[in-house]
Design a binder for this molecule. Structure first.
Ligand code: SF4
Ligand code: F3S
Length: 107
């Protein structure tokens, strides 16, 4: 089991989540964060920290976001680790709740 970061994080990237992770398993791309599934210990601390509800348990992934399970695993292998909170993306407020942001993912 793992937690994953889902669609709503794209172009928002608040980063509150990284501050609470006891095993530092978040990895950062240009406009999205992912969780390394082999490092996550399922503590659930990060889920309520995300101000826009973009983190889910693997067994509670919303319909239509199934691809994010594999995407978290794939990108966690290539993106750098992030352990400290930073400013959200400049247009985070505007992007919160926009549907299907995957096409805007930058790698
Ligand atoms: Fe880190 Fe716990 Fe969230 Fe997994 S569930 S990413 S271990 S804070
Ligand atoms: Fe993304 Fe929420 Fe973390 S927007 S960076 S999952 S706090």
């Amino acid at each position: 089991m793992t937690f994953i970061v889902g669609d709503n994080c794209i172009n928002c990237k608040h980063t509150d989540c990284v501050e609470v992770c006891p095993v530092d398993c978040f990895y950062e791309g240009p406009n999205f964060l992912v969780i390394h599934p082999d490092e996550c210990i399922d503590c659930a601390l990060c889920e309520p920290e995300c101000p826009i509800g973009a983190i889910y348990s693997e067994d509670e992934i919303p319909d239509g976001e199934e691809a994010f399970l594999e995407l978290n695993a794939e990108l966690a292998e290539v993106w750098p680790n992030i352990t400290e909170m930073k400013d959200a993306m400049p247009e985070a407020e505007k992007w919160d709740g926009e549907p299907n942001k995957l096409e805007h993912l930058e790698r």
